[in-house]
Design a binder for this molecule. Structure first.
Ligand code: APR
Ligand code: PHB
Length: 391
């Protein structure tokens, strides 16, 4: 088999890229290890930057997003029992974010891919990259017990943090930068109305809490927990008590409790590998970098990577210029590091860090108190939260 671009992974990065290239008239084949139900079913974040909703519109996959997406002009921060609102739209000249779960985004992308004939091979096992330093790279994989080979011009690794693509770059040509945080997030989904029409991020002496949502009838809540915490130790009532305590009386007085139908613990990590291109292999999304979830940048960052890469491939195939491809890694990394900085900073001011001194807590409170009153500080948060431009 032959294709122009072999994409590994049908997560948000792989699917958005598949649609972008298809639209530019470039032939793609996407190889996915799991099946559609698995990929679509994973519960992830649900806050889309303006650039992400713009891309969905540009690709013509925004019909449900327009109807069901919840546009948020503001967000809220809480600490020491106080809550204040940051009006992001006002501070950024009209930018907003849209609450629309990643599961919904995936459903829209998969439906449209099927209609448009974008080729996705599910249940592709043992995906292996070959000869990425040559002019004729190829990928081998197993499908229904038979060995397959896919020849291509370029390979794009969109296979997430645990994928195989990143490992195809020789260690001598690759540098990883990493910070692992000493806590995780325990998250639940419940079919109860959200406590507030906007998100509330809370810093409490017990640790971070977040009140988020998926729809007017479905809530998503998180609390910071230790990494070795056990789900069984968090029955719903204990979770609700703790989230209410951390959101504070004002933040939680409307909170409606109900049975959770999803409960998981996720670790927090910052990670960037450089470069994002080696030979004929490009990396995009979580395969190239990870952010902690504070600020909801993961999906949006995958989208900005593939926007840059899609443009570069279109320039190459349709205009004959390799410039965009040559500049991809540097251009993408510029924005990646800014999103890393924001996610790291937002994580660092909102969480309880074990074994730190009373001084550090005082610094967090001072920072939040400054944010509460300074328009300059709020503008900084707002412009990062709604998404920085691609330079
Ligand atoms: N071969 C084929 N497919 C693979 C392989 C492999 N060896 N390894 C992983 N995959 C697939 C996974 O099954 C998954 O569907 O690659 C996909 C990677 O998807 P994500 O992990 O979601 O990564 P990405 O598309 O970069 O998503 C970026 O969305 O899901 C969130 O947390 C994620 O916020 C991040 C953003
Ligand atoms: C979510 O709704 O899952 C969510 C929202 C905001 C974040 C992280 C996660 O910062």
């Amino acid at each position: 088999m032959r294709t122009q671009i072999a994409i590994i992974g049908a997560g948000p990065a792989g699917l958005f890229l598949g649609h972008l290239l298809h639209k530019a008239g470039i032939e793609v084949t996407i190889l996915e290890r799991k099946d559609r139900a698995y990929v679509e079913g994973r519960v992830r974040a649900g806050v889309l930057e303006q650039g992400t909703t713009n891309l969905m519109k540009q690709l013509g996959v925004d019909a449900r997003l327009k109807k069901e997406g919840l546009v948020h002009t503001s967000t809220n921060l809480a600490y020491d029992g106080e809550i204040f609102r940051i009006n992001m739209a006002e501070l950024t000249g009209g930018s907003t974010v849209t609450v629309y779960g990643q599961q919904e985004v995936m459903r829209d992308l998969f439906d449209a891919a099927a209609e448009r004939g974008i080729k996705i091979i599910f249940d592709a096992g043992d995906v292996t990259l070959h000869e990425i330093e040559s002019d004729h790279p190829f990928v081998t994989y197993k499908k229904d017990e038979s060995e397959e080979r896919l020849d291509c011009d370029y390979i794009v690794g969109c296979d997430g943090y645990h994928g195989v693509s990143r490992g195809a770059i020789p260690a001598s040509a690759y540098t990883a930068f990493e910070r692992v945080y000493p806590f995780g997030w325990l998250g639940i989904l419940a079919d109860v109305p959200p406590v507030n029409h906007e998100l509330i991020y809370a810093n409490h002496a017990n640790g971070f809490a977040l009140a988020s949502m998926r729809s007017p009838t479905r809530s998503r809540y998180y609390i910071q927990c230790s990494v070795d915490e056990k789900i069984e130790d968090w029955p719903d009532e204990r979770f609700w008590d703790e989230v209410c305590l951390r959101l504070g009386p004002e933040g939680s007085h409307n909170l409606v409790r109900g049975p959770s139908f999803e409960k998981t613990i996720a670790p927090l990590r910052s990670f960037v590998g450089e470069p994002m291109r080696f030979g004929r292999l490009f990396l995009a999304g979580d395969a190239a970098h990870i952010v902690p979830p504070t600020g909801a940048k993961g999906l949006n960052l995958a989208v900005s990577d593939v926007t840059i890469l899609g443009e570069a491939f279109a320039e190459f195939y349709n205009l004959g210029s390799p410039k965009g491809l040559e500049g991809y890694s540097a251009r993408a990394l510029k924005r990646v590091w800014k999103a890393e900085r924001f996610s790291w900073w937002f994580t660092s001011i909102m969480h309880r860090f074990p074994n730190t001194e009373a001084f550090d807590r005082k610094m967090q409170i001072a920072e939040l108190s400054y944010l509460k009153t300074s328009r300059a500080a709020q503008t900084t948060l707002a412009e990062n939260y709604v998404g920085l431009p691609i330079e």
